[in-house]
Write a protein that binds this ligand. Structure first.
Ligand code: NDP
Length: 549
């Protein structure tokens, strides 16, 4: 679409119908159409090859093509364009079959008016945009590229590659909820994606963020599959999310939205099916509402339907800090390997939410000097070291790191470039890219966030000798203690914090050692080695189960 209007290709051989449609398009209110009319299919296909088109209006019966073949030939030329079929009353069944085959809509020519035609075109274009936009996420492209790179090195069978490249189940819901002013009702989009169902129940967090879409959720679900397999947990990967900004919402609004979202996805989740957990924008309170809503629906209390709950509801000791703690355990194992003395090491942590604040606190407690931290508003730097308990206390009182007195303010971009031994991005995806990778001044990159580094940046960092601890390894502590929580819930038995931390350390250190060994023996970077560890286990399980029927 340009400022000059919606570029419309009308393929219609009847000149009277063509003139009628052109006239109606001129009458559509609020829209302007630049129409090119052709009366044969070959001319239409030629136009599509040579011009940019926003929408095709298509008569299926033409002098040089008839019936569904007309639709399929246009679709082959215009794979992701909206197509509206124009039909006579006698051909409605044919038009309906074209819609079943992927056309966006059909209109009966004798019943057309400007409003119905304008609406149909608007709907077809919105639907196509939503379909394209839902999958089209940089994060999903990154997850798929990483997988394809690993599968090529593994010489993975085509069939398995195709089966693992997309999630097995996806659900998109749109649902309303009430704001605090009772007359205000808002509609939001929610998602639940299950990537691999072959390993046991699926497992993955719920994200509340304004950029959530199907592609992002699918990327996170795919990474969950490799992560669970890498740390050898009996789960496939899943993820969920709702597209909105939770920072604007009251507690009552968050509760209503969470309960409605839970009831929308209730058929997909369950303690033996799919077990959600917290991710960005959600916490133990949100998990309590999910658990309560599910329990109300089935008529009895089901703690094992989510993890990351408060301990009083069957949550596990140590779950809240598990991702940050796991990250520090993996860094400790890596430091032993590359001879880094942690007692004199410095760390910079991006993000001060669940993962970042706990990682910073545990680094600080274990003697690492944390010189920089940040949140969405910016960062803090103190080359002599930040007093992390004091920063945590400040953030609890002010809800931001901004204004903390014992440090210099820096931007998030500057924070990533501070000199340090360990840089831990623990906020968002897509932070370390080809644009800034050559300016990082760390020896080790420990990824607390999911997908913080692009494929191009990976190569730059690898060439520069930065030791990488990839996300599926460095942040696997969260799902590991979630697994402990699920086991405790299903057995009605509780473990002590000491037992939890010891088992966590054993599991993530084991995963680190397997990854480092593979990287060394097969001359791989650490991310590819970790991915192959995970993918191999999933492939082995899929092959053992065989194909149904
Ligand atoms: P939280 O919502 O608790 O915290 C996110 C933090 O990142 C906040 O400090 C937020 O600032 C900050 N932030 C948000 N946007 C930006 C930005 N553009 N630049 C810099 N900082 C930003 O999320 P989590 O800690 O739970 O998750 C963080 C990452 O870790 C995500 O990638 C998540 O998928 C991953 N992860 C989380 C796990 C968990 O157990 N929670 C498990 C495994 C991975 P502010 O508070 O000011 O908004």
């Amino acid at each position: 679409m340009t400022d000059a209007g919606i570029r419309t290709l009308l393929i219609e051989d009847n000149p009277i119908h063509a003139r009628l449609i052109q006239r109606l398009l001129d009458e559509v209110e609020g829209q302007h159409f630049q129409v090119q009319t052709v009366d044969r299919l070959d001319l239409g296909l030629q136009h599509l090859r040579q011009n940019v088109v926003d929408i095709v209006l298509l008569d299926l019966v033409l002098p040089d093509s008839e019936e569904l073949a007309t639709y399929f030939r246009v679709r082959a030329e215009a794979t992701d364009l909206p197509i509206v079929i124009l039909t006579g009353l006698d051909d409605i069944n044919l038009a309906a079959r074209a819609v079943e085959a992927g056309a966006q809509d059909f209109m009966v020519k004798s019943k057309l008016n400007a409003m119905s035609l304008g609406r149909s075109i608007h709907y077809a274009m919105e639907m196509t945009r939503a379909q394209r936009g839902e999958w089209d996420s940089p994060m999903f492209r990154l997850a798929q590229q990483q997988f394809l790179k690993a599968s090529q090195l593994m010489k993975l069978d085509d069939n398995l590659r195709q089966r693992l490249l997309y999630p097995q189940r996806t659900l998109i819901v749109s649902f309303p909820f009430r704001r605090d002013e009772q007359d205000q009702v808002e509609t939001v989009f929610g998602y639940r994606v299950q990537h691999v169902l072959s390993m046991g129940p699926t497992k993955g967090g719920i994200r509340y963020h304004p950029e959530v879409n199907l592609g992002e959720t699918a990327a996170l679900a795919m990474w969950m599959t490799w992560k669970c397999a890498l740390v050898q947990l009996p789960f496939g990967g899943a993820k969920g999310g709702v597209r909105f900004d939770p920072t604007d919402f009251s507690r009552g609004e968050l509760q209503r939205l969470t309960r409605r979202y839970t009831s929308e996805i209730i058929g997909m989740i369950g303690p033996d099916k799919d077990i959600p957990a917290p991710d960005m924008g959600t916490d133990a309170q949100v998990m309590s509402w999910v658990m309560d809503t599910y329990s109300q629906q089935v008529g009895h209390t089901v703690p094992a339907v989510v993890t990351g709950k408060p301990v009083v509801l069957g949550g596990s000791e140590g779950r809240n800090e598990a991702t940050g703690r796991g990250l520090v355990y993996v860094v400790e194992a890596a430091a032993r390997k590359i001879d880094m003395d942690l007692s004199s090491a410095t760390a910079v942590v991006q993000g001060f939410g669940n993962v970042g604040s706990n990682a910073a606190r545990i680094f600080h407690d274990s003697g690492v000097t944390v010189t920089g931290v940040s949140d969405v508003h910016g960062g803090l730097h103190n080359a002599r070291g930040l007093d992390i308990p004091a920063v945590v206390d400040y953030v609890q009182r002010h809800r931001t790191t901004e204004g903390y007195p014992e440090a210099d303010p820096v931007s998030n971009e500057e924070l990533l470039q501070l000199p340090c031994d360990i840089l831990a991005p623990c906020a968002m995806q897509n932070q370390i890219t080809a644009r800034n990778a050559d300016r990082l001044r760390c020896r080790m990159l420990a990824e607390g966030a999911n997908g913080p580094t692009t494929l191009e940046a990976d190569e730059i960092l690898h060439d520069r000798g930065v030791y990488q601890l990839p996300d599926i390894l460095a942040n696997a502590g969260g799902v590991t203690v979630s697994y402990f929580e699920w086991v405790q819930d299903t057995q009605n038995y509780t473990w002590s914090l000491q037992q939890i931390n010891e088992r966590l350390q054993q599991i993530v250190t084991g995963a680190y050692e397997r990854t480092a060994r593979r990287a060394e023996t097969q001359h791989l970077d650490m991310r590819t080695a970790a991915l192959i560890e995970g993918i191999e286990r999933v492939v082995e399980a899929k092959l053992a189960r065989g194909l149904f029927p």
